[in-house]
Structures are given as C-alpha cells and as structure tokens.
Ligand binder design. Structure first.
Ligand code: GLN
Length: 192
C-alpha cells in the first residue's frame, strides 16, 4: 500500500520525490477514497487555516480522524498544527490527536524562516545531525509525558513522536537527509 500525501495545498511534491527515492509508492490524497488506499499519511507544510477550510470543503475531517486511529500520520509544520490538541496565536480548530500545545508563527518576524542543524535521536538508532528548514514555523510549547522528543532546537522540541504519529515543525523534504522519510516508512510498516 502507498503512503499518501495530503495534496489540498502546500509543499507536496518533494515528499513524493523523497519517498520514491527510497522505493516507497506514494499517492496524492484529495478524497476519502484515496485515503482508504494508504498505509500512512503525510500532512505537509502550508497554511493551516487554508488546510482547515479545504479539509471541510472536501469532507475529509471524519475520514482523516478515523485514519489516525489505525495508521501513522506525519505532520510537517502546518501539518503539526493540525494534529496538535491545542493551538494558540491565535487559537484555532485542529484534529487534536497529539497531546501537545503549539504556538503558530512563534519565531517572530526577523527569524520567520531560518536553517539550523541539531541532533536527531530516532528510537534504536545512533544520533545523527539533521538540518532543519523552518518556515514561519510553530513552536511546541507543551507536551504530555507519553510524547517522545526526537530532536530539540534551542531547547524546544522540533521533532516528536506520539504512538505511531510523527511531528516535525521544520521541513525535512527541503533537506538532503532521507532519515525521517525512512523512519516514517518504518512506522507505516511496523506491526501493531
Ligand atoms: N505559519 C503556517 C501556519 O501557521 C505554517 C507554515 C508552514 O507550514 N511552513 O499554518
């Protein structure tokens, strides 16, 4: 089964490219029928308010929520905002299946977009340097104990895992490393 990339708007193409580079079949998801064929879903970066509008217009809210109960979802930047239990600056609706609180556009004007390198600690693997491209990124300001922090930048989590779900506040599809795409694929193919 393929990995789906929610293709309502935002940074879709490079996720297809990265996954195909590692031999994973992908599909663009715009309908509940397309979602049904997937073993995992990437909600890419973009604008979370626009995503919300298009998710409603395409009747995808209930199908995506049902999907999150069984299959892994990876939220990138705006995608992570949609997955968070609480959103602030300003507060807005979300799917809410990851117990974190995020602050939108938290890096302020001067630093709205930047690149940083930090240690990425994937479970059962040696720590490796990861480049993070942050574009008007949110900050995770609160997280519950059962959320694993996989990477931090300036003391704030920038990559996290909750159950089978992955969150990155930066855009791994814009950097060379394939580590996070490989890791998400491993979550999609894990038993149970
Ligand atoms: N600032 C955007 C939002 O709040 C997220 C930006 C991104 O996905 N790169 O939705």
């Amino acid at each position: 089964m393929p990995i789906g990339i929610l293709a309502l708007q935002g940074a879709v193409e490079l996720h297809h490219h990265k996954l195909r580079t590692i031999g994973v079949e992908t599909v663009s998801v715009r309908t509940a029928e397309e979602l049904r064929t997937c073993q995992g879903l990437i909600i890419p970066g973009g604008e979370s308010t626009t995503f919300l509008k298009l998710i409603h217009e395409n009747n995808l809210r209930e199908p995506i929520l049902a999907f999150t109960k069984r299959q892994p979802v990876w939220g990138v930047c705006a995608g992570s905002i949609l997955m968070a239990k609480k959103v602030e600056n300003p507060s807005q609706e979300s799917f809410g299946f990851v117990p974190i609180r995020v602050r939108r556009n938290a890096y302020g004007r001067q630093n709205e977009s930047f690149i940083a390198v930090f240690a990425l600690n994937l479970p059962g693997r040696p720590s490796l340097p990861q480049e993070g491209v942050f574009i008007r990124a949110p900050q995770v300001v609160e997280w519950e104990d059962e959320v694993a922090v996989l990477a931090k930048h300036e003391d704030k989590p920038v990559a996290l895992q909750y159950r089978q779900h992955l969150i990155t506040t930066f855009h791994p599809e814009l950097s060379e490393s394939l580590a996070l795409h490989k890791y998400f694929f491993s979550l999609c193919t894990a038993d149970g």
